[in-house]
Every structure is written in structure tokens, then in C-alpha cells.
Design a protein around this ligand. Structure first.
Ligand code: COA
Length: 429
């Protein structure tokens, strides 16, 4: 039995699938929890804990020096104005928001040692979905073989991952789900204008995921704050390709399907809301700024973090995790990627108070307070476990291909024989 398994004793049946995750016992916040009354009439509190996490970034790296060859820019300008040094880019056609999301989702499930079939809901926050519809989340659901999960995309731009955590917490506290997979997945390089130096230097591709589980251990996601100000919708937008400005030869030739941004206005907005949202969420969680052990802010620009988290909130640098120098702004993926790297760097331990805070197009902002209550231990990797997992991935792919094949065969039959008498009746009537 792995270390993590051994620390997750007696799951007690009380939810939709009767499979609640029992985690470590370092949390002490009993507020903001929901629960249910058991057969004996005893109230059983319910908490939403992050029990698995993972991320994936494409292999191809574009440095600031590479960008100097593409647009009129300088490494020094990008570094001093943003803090970014390089970013990962989905160069292969097979690297899409869904395939990156699947890899992050698998990593989160592996970390939690939970099989895809146990997931009740998949929320994919993305600013670069595969299509207007179907949702990228549904494609991820199929790829993961999460055959019992509902799936939807969440559009709140770079705030989307924290919005997703809020939705996951709500579903879990309401008793509607035991396991919710929240994914941030982006291939922004596909919607960036590589001739526009004001935007192309900022963004990168990648994905991050967390598995949120129902738990009876106090803590987890204890409070969330969500905000929106649509009067700033035009400050950061992809103008064309939606119903307001459908794709046409003209929208394509004028570059309307690329990201457009008023950087200065977004900068001003971001520095204000990052500090405000952090204060609000701490208030809701009954904590002060001094109680915070680690802030994981949206990784857009180091100067936004300095002006808001360091200067306005006076949170010291060693309590703020920053990795944007390696990835640029990966939108919805930035916070979960940073979370994974903060864990890898030993910056998070059970009992810590964390704040995730983000902002983005919309305009939107979001923050959540987390009492980290799970052990930071990867399940022991054995040959057998790995083989089982690979077999499950193959089975998911085979199941998907089989369903598609059946539909193709079925579509070969003439409509009359498919609908039979019903069609004849409707034609007659
Ligand atoms: N290389 C060189 N020069 C550049 C450049 C680049 N990549 N991008 C813009 N410039 C130029 C502009 O053309 C402008 O030149 P001008 O003054 O001759 O017109 C000048 O730099 C602008 O400089 P400045 O106003 O000092 O830039 P800034 O300090 O505001 O930084 C941003 C610009 C975009 C980095 C900054 O505004 C920002 O980060 N905004 C927030 C963006 C963001 O986070 N978006 C995502 C939200 S989720």
C-alpha cells in the first residue's frame, strides 16, 4: 500500500457514490462547510479537498531571444516589463487544448490514485477551446475514459481555473459530486498574432489540473470570491469568430481572430483587483494577511504581482510563488502549473493557508482560500500500477474508437430503415 493510501483510511459512505476521500487531519477550519445528516441523525460535515494535481507543458520552448528574430523586441524589454524569459508552445498539431488537458488530468488522477470512472464532473477552464462547441471538457472526458462524468467548459478567461474550483466546491458541498476534476488547458499560441509584439511576447501554452474530492476532514477550499466587470470587455478580447462577428474572409484578413489587448488598462485593473480579491477571500475565510503561508497568483506579469501582492498587501516575497519566467502567461493553466511546481519545490505542507488569486478578460477576477490538508506524497509507482493505468488508457481509446465506428456504420443505413415507420408516419401526416 502506498504512503498516500495508508494516510487515507476509512472513507465513509455518505454521498452520491458513497466514496468520500479521507485525507490528512491538519485542517482546523470548520466554517464554510456543508454536510448531511446520517442515519443516526448525526451531522456529518463535508469539505472539498484538493487530493490530486498535475500539469503538462509542450516540449517546444521559445525564448525572448527567439522572439527577437520574429518581432521588433528585445529580451531586456520583455524581462524588465514582464519578468518572462521563455514560454512553451504547442508546436505539434497533435498538441491541442484537449490533449494537453488530458495529460494534466491523468497526472492529477494518478497522484490521487483515483480511476477516471470515479470522476463525477470535469470542468475545463480555457480561453483557447478546441471549438465553440463541443466543449473541450467533453473531449477530455472521452480521452480520459471518465465514463461516469459530466463535462463542461468554463469561460472566465485567466480567472477560469479559480472559478472552476469554486464550482467544484459548490458541487461537492451540495452533495452532487464526490470527485470533480478541474482543468486549465491552453494553446494560446494558436490565437496569438505572432506579428504583434504587444501580445505575442506575453503568452504561453500548457495545462494544469486538480482533483477535488469530498472529504470529512476539515479544511480544503474554505472560501471563494468571484467578480466580473463586463464594461471592460473590449480591453482584452478575441473580437471575431463568435456570434457577434462571425468568421469571414474579412475577419481573417484583418486578424480579428487574434488576441487584442489594451495592456496598460489591464495592468491597472489587475493590480487593483488582485489585492482587493485577496483581502475579501481572507475575510470570508476568517483569516488575516499574516495567516497566509503561500499566495499563488495568476502568472501574467511579475510587476502586477509586485504592485499588488508585495506592495499593497505587504506579503513578503518568500510567501508568493512565481514561475512566469519559464512559462509566460498560460491563462487558466498558470495557477495549477504554479501549484504543482510549488509542491515540487517543497513550498506547501499540510496545515498551510494558501490563496489562489487571478484576473483576466471579461473583465473577471477570482480568489480562493485553501487550508491544505492532504499529505504531499506521490503514490508509490509500481510496475503493476503503471501497467494497469496504461491498459485503462488503451481501453478508453478503444472504447471511443468503437463508439465512433458504430456510429459510422449506423449512418450508412438509409434514413427509412433507421426511423422505420415513424418517418413514414410523419411524411404521411
Ligand atoms: N518589445 C518592445 N517594445 C514593446 C513591446 C515589445 N514586446 N511591446 C510593446 N512595446 C512598446 C510599445 O509599442 C510602446 O511603445 P511607444 O511608447 O513607442 O508607443 C511601449 O513599448 C509601451 O511601453 P510601456 O507603456 O512602458 O509598457 P508597459 O510598461 O505598460 O508594459 C505590458 C506593457 C503589456 C507588458 C503591460 O502593460 C502589461 O503587462 N499589461 C497587462 C497585460 C496582461 O497581463 N494581460 C493578460 C491578462 S490575463
Amino acid at each position: 500500500m502506498s504512503e498516500q493510501q495508508s494516510q487515507q483510511p476509512n472513507i465513509h459512505a455518505n454521498g452520491a457514490s458513497g466514496n468520500r476521500h479521507r485525507t490528512g487531519s491538519n485542517g482546523n477550519s470548520e466554517q464554510h462547510s456543508a454536510g448531511s445528516t446520517g442515519p443516526a441523525g448525526a451531522f456529518s460535515p463535508r469539505f472539498a479537498q484538493i487530493v490530486g494535481w498535475g500539469y503538462h507543458v509542450p516540449e517546444k520552448v521559445i525564448t525572448n531571444f527567439d522572439l527577437e528574430q520574429i518581432v521588433d523586441t528585445k529580451d531586456e524589454w520583455i524581462r524588465s516589463r514582464t519578468g518572462i524569459e521563455e514560454r512553451h508552445v504547442a508546436a505539434a498539431p497533435s498538441e491541442t487544448s484537449a490533449t494537453l488537458g488530458i495529460l494534466a488530468g491523468r497526472a492529477a488522477l494518478e497522484m490521487a490514485d483515483v480511476t477516471p470512472s470515479k470522476v463525477d464532473l470535469i470542468i475545463c477552464a480555457t480561453s483557447s477551446p478546441e471549438h465553440i462547441f463541443p466543449s473541450t471538457a467533453s473531449i477530455i472526458q472521452d480521452g480520459l475514459g471518465a465514463s461516469n462524468a459530466g463535462a463542461f467548459d468554463l469561460s472566465a478567461a485567466c480567472s477560469g481555473f479559480v472559478y472552476g474550483l469554486s464550482m467544484a466546491r459548490g458541487h461537492i458541498l451540495a452533495g452532487d459530486a464526490e470527485y470533480v476534476l478541474v482543468i486549465g488547458a491552453e494553446t494560446l499560441s494558436r490565437i496569438v498574432d505572432w506579428t504583434d509584439r504587444t501580445t505575442c511576447v506575453l503568452f504561453g501554452d500548457g495545462s494544469g489540473a486538480v482533483l477535488v474530492a469530498a472529504s470529512d476532514v476539515p479544511g480544503g477550499i474554505t472560501a471563494t470570491v468571484l467578480g466580473s466587470d463586463g464594461s471592460g470587455a473590449d480591453l482584452l478580447t478575441v473580437p471575431a469568430g463568435g456570434s457577434a462577428m462571425p468568421a469571414s474572409l474579412e475577419t481573417v484578413s484583418s486578424g480579428g481572430h487574434y488576441i487584442k489587448m489594451d495592456g496598460t488598462a489591464v495592468f491597472r485593473f489587475a493590480t487593483r483587483v488582485m489585492a482587493e480579491a485577496t483581502r475579501q477571500v481572507l475575510g470570508k475565510a476568517g483569516l488575516s494577511v499574516d495567516d497566509v503561508d503561500l499566495v499563488i497568483p495568476h502568472q501574467a506579469n511579475v510587476r502586477i504581482i509586485q504592485n499588488s501582492v508585495f506592495k499593497q498587501l505587504k506579503i513578503p516575497e518568500d510567501k508568493v510563488f512565481i514561475n512566469l519566467q519559464k512559462y509566460g502567461n498560460t491563462s487558466t493553466a498558470s495557477i495549477p502549473i504554479a501549484l504543482c511546481e510549488a509542491i515540487e519545490a517543497g513550498k506547501i505542507k499540510p496545515g498551510d493557508n494558501l490563496v489562489f488569486v487571478g484576473f483576466g478578460a471579461g473583465l473577471t477576477w477570482a480568489a480562493c482560500a485553501i487550508k491544505w490538508s492532504v499529505p504531499i506524497a506521490k503514490p508509490e509507482e509500481t510496475w503493476w500500477r503503471n501497467t494497469q493505468r496504461q491498459a485503462a488508457y488503451q481501453a478508453a481509446a478503444a472504447r471511443s474508437m468503437w463508439k465512433r465506428a458504430i456510429r459510422r456504420v449506423y449512418s450508412q443505413f438509409p434514413a427509412k430503415s433507421r426511423w422505420g415507420e415513424r418517418k413514414e408516419e410523419s411524411e404521411a401526416g
